[in-house]
Write a protein that binds this ligand. Sequence first.
Ligand code: ATP
Length: 255
Amino acid sequence: MTEFPQNLSLILQTLDIALAAFVIYRLSLLINGALAVRILASLSLLLIFSMAARLAGLHTVHLLLKAVIASSFVALVVIFQTDIRLAFATMNRGRQGKEREVEEVDSIIEELATAAESLAGRQIGALIVIERSMSIDNFIAVGTDIDAKVTSELISSIFLPYSPIHDGAVIIQKGKLTRAGCFLPLTQNPDISKNLGTRHRAAIGLTELVDAVVLVVSEETGSISLVVGGHKSDDLDSITLRKVLRKLIEPRWLS
Ligand SMILES: Nc1ncnc2c1ncn2[C@@H]1O[C@H](COP(=O)(O)OP(=O)(O)OP(=O)(O)O)[C@@H](O)[C@H]1O
């Protein structure tokens, strides 16, 4: 009658030692193989064994595994110190990159708003297209390639009446002023007032086809409008203009 528990105890002890040997063997493999996947797989295996050992009452194995798992985390930091340092550096660069993108958007918006206000003050008409997620390339005709930094001085000088490229629209793509003197498709919407001129019709026409934002300065009234999705917001004051532009333009569309 006492033979059965004795045998069971022997089996468990053998199993205990065999598992401990297996753990050591796995660890030696781990030291040779430096792949992170391999280490993670081995750690997962250790965790499973540790739980199984605890459930089966294999105390030596369980204690050994517990100690191995605990020290593994320290070992992982040492082994992967270069990768960890690189990961932190990348994270930091990502945050700094995002901050830089936001600063870039703010500065472009400031240049656009300053140019619009300066032109509006002198009642010089202007049409500025800001591309967002949809490409506008298939909808704009002719124009002169420029590829320059967006500055209020450049925009203002393009629209001055004696400039050879003052007719048509200026295009902003990925944070750059890419073209000037471009012609846009006019809206065909019959509900639009017959009194609305072609500059505003062009802004509405393009934004009916793509998600671009169009900034219009009226030569006739000196008012500033923003057009998105075929809808026009008129008479924008300085603060509203900047606020709406910030809402409409996301950093990812400018870089
Ligand atoms: N299809 C077009 N694409 C781009 N620009 C255009 C287009 N049609 C007209 N324009 C621009 O609009 C100017 C004419 O504006 P027009 O007076 O007809 O329009 P408007 O909407 O009444 O504007 P404003 O209030 O400035 O007078 C043209 O000189 C040209 O620069």
